[in-house]
Write a protein that binds this ligand. Structure first.
Ligand code: OAD
Length: 275
């Protein structure tokens, strides 16, 4: 597909009242300095062993070593808090401004950067949660709460104080608080992760922009297949080919666009704005 064909295909959407969905992964935050999930920076040492995120981010690990898992999350919270939204995030928030009620953002990122860039909480489905929130492991499980006041980000290797461990208990029932994120040994649901809303959005989507994801998790794959099967158009924006590239190329008028999200997404917004 030539650049002019891509431009023309995108222009078709701005004049119609068609539904636009953006599906993002760790790649969009890479240029904000947040390491991607499968990059080499993900490892974490507990005792004399190196753990991969796929071992740390599990209910099983949390049950065995809750404060080691919290140390890891407090370290990651520090990285996310210091990061700033980049031009890719800002472009996604401009897309919401342009398409208003016809726009939905489905993000796998827990770093909060889309909301900080201006996307609205109502139209943003954080399907893997948000690292800045917690939930009670016990009977208060339904309540999503902000991080307890007085709890601070940690440097790598820094231990938790007794006071901090105390703060990581639910103020209502005294059970442990957990990060409000989907772990590898858990399943999606609507209540916390907008599972059904995402599938429903996909079933109505005319244009899907997939950005910076390696396509390894279940719900994003279901979203892409749903859009494809309904005859929607898919653009896959990524620095490397990935499992979504082929679906995009097979979709009606869609394609794989190789490049960084921080440069490609603003170009897409510009195409829409010129119309
Ligand atoms: P990955 O780390 O698996 O993949 C990041 C993707 O971003 C890769 O395809 C890169 O090629 C691409 N990428 C990197 N830099 C980019 C850039 N500047 N512009 C565009 N693309 C870029 O991250 P995810 O696909 O998000 O789930 O991983 C999905 C989920 O896997 C995560 O949310 C997490 C993990 O398991 C849970 O924790 C449940």
């Amino acid at each position: 597909m030539t650049i002019n064909q891509i431009r023309q295909r995108l222009r078709d959407f701005i004049h119609s009242s068609e539904k636009v969905t953006v599906l993002t992964g760790a790649g969009i935050s890479a240029e904000s300095g947040i390491p991607t999930f499968r990059g080499p920076e993900g490892f974490w040492t507990v005792g004399s062993r190196e753990y991969h995120p796929q071992e740390m981010a599990t209910f099983e690990m949390f049950t065995r070593q809750p404060f080691e898992v919290w140390k890891w999350y407090l370290y990651r919270i520090g990285i996310c808090a210091k990061a700033e939204p980049n031009s890719g995030h800002l472009a996604v928030s401009q897309l919401e401004e342009l398409f208003t009620d016809n726009f939905t953002l489905i993000t796998q990122n827990v770093d909060n950067l889309h909301l900080r860039a201006g996307n609205s909480p109502d139209r943003t489905y954080q399907i893997h949660g948000n690292i800045f929130f917690t939930r009670c492991m016990g009977e208060c499980a339904g309540r999503i709460q902000s991080l307890p006041e007085g709890l601070h980000a940690k440097k790598k290797g820094e231990v938790l104080t007794e006071k901090e461990k105390q703060l990581l208990h639910c103020p209502r029932c005294g059970k442990l608080l957990r990060p409000h994120v989907l772990w590898f040994d858990e399943t999606y649901n609507e209540e916390y992760y907008r599972f059904h809303s995402s599938i429903q959005t996909a079933s109505q989507t005319d244009l899907l922009l997939i950005v910076g994801t390696s396509g390894t998790t279940n719900l994003p794959n279901q979203v892409a297949w749903q859009v494809y099967q309904n005859g929607g158009t898919i653009f896959d924006i990524n620095i490397d080919r990935n499992p979504f590239s082929e679906i995009a190329e097979k979709s009606r008028g869609g394609t794989f666009i190789q490049g960084s999200s921080a440069s490609i997404l603003p170009e897409i917004v510009e195409i829409f704005c010129k119309e």
